[in-house]
Design a binder for this molecule. Sequence first.
Ligand SMILES: Cc1ncc(COP(=O)(O)O)c(C=O)c1O
Length: 380
Amino acid sequence: MSSSLPQVPPTRIDFSPEDRAWIAARISEVLESGHLTLGRFGQEFETQLAASQGTKHAVVVNSGTASLEIMLRAVDVVGKDVLVPANTFFATAAAVIAAGGRPVLMDTDVATLSTSLKEIEKRLTPKTAGIMIVHIAGFITAEMPAIAEFARKKGLWLMEDAAHAQGSTLDGKHAGTFGLAGSFSFYPTKVMTSAEGGVIVTDDAKLAEEARIYRDQGKASFLQNTHIRMGYNWRMSEPHAVIGLRHLQNLPAMIAARRRIAARYDAGLGTGSNGVRPLLPPTGCMSNYYKYVVMLPDGVERGSLKKWLRERHGVNCSGEVYEFPLHKHEVLRHLDPGDLTQAEAACGRQMCLPIFASMTEAQADQVLAALAAAKAEGLL
Ligand SMILES: Cc1ncc(COP(=O)(O)O)c(C=O)c1O
């Protein structure tokens, strides 16, 4: 049945013909110059990223996982505890482990999918060095200023895994700028991409300098073969920087388009009378709508519902954020402190509706109609 239906994809990565021509011309320049990595396009990408975030420094690297590990290495977490949400992507915790620290999992605030200050206070240990906040789906918790103030008073660093939240703000302040440093990912599913890539943003000159050392094999400088840190090859290539530069130029328009689709969903779904309850951004937060999350009523089997929406209505929902909390993954089970019930509830009951910059209002209406049909059939 689905083959005759117009399909709504879960997400789409858009490069217009103009974008592709712009990128091709500059990659050709890069190839001609022979300067393929750590060159002028990378520097330009960093300048523009810092300007768009309002930070003094931006250091581009080859993934959002690399940016996390570099920030953590720069502050030295060896033998220390780092507070990390249970509801996040694997890399948030894996980077702590790779940098020599121990992730201490925090439960989820179901209203924001983030972490509350109360939960942070509860999970502090004598070895806690800092707090990693993740802005799930692009939502920034309204408690961010209070969390930053708490960290300052306790002498802990605060960092943000802002992989989902490029362009999101809280009372005008950008994600990634509330603490010592912020990490972003340019993986292709994100609101903008450089194919692969990531960036560290910070106002701290020392941290930025350390990040540049770490990303290039821990070398004292580009032209010096003296290794002074346990770095790695975390460099971003020039072709990746060119792709990222173009998408960064398009970012404000791409986010505005996502917000228009989100507003249409908000209007169509109301406060939950249609069976699903949209997760609304915290007060003061302008989300980039990396994801549009809805909460399902108790007892709904998400997998079957997603299959039905796909097969009967051509509506392809994306992966959740996240399907399981970290302690449910085989390799991270040892991190389970035993009481992460809200994280389990948040992961179990959410579903992410299709959303992307080039999505049409007709596609959004197709999703809303599919949900209404699911409700009428008693699936919701
Ligand atoms: C929350 C979060 N942290 C870290 C990452 C890792 O980023 P990357 O895939 O660029 O390494 C991702 C995305 O994939 C993510 O969603």
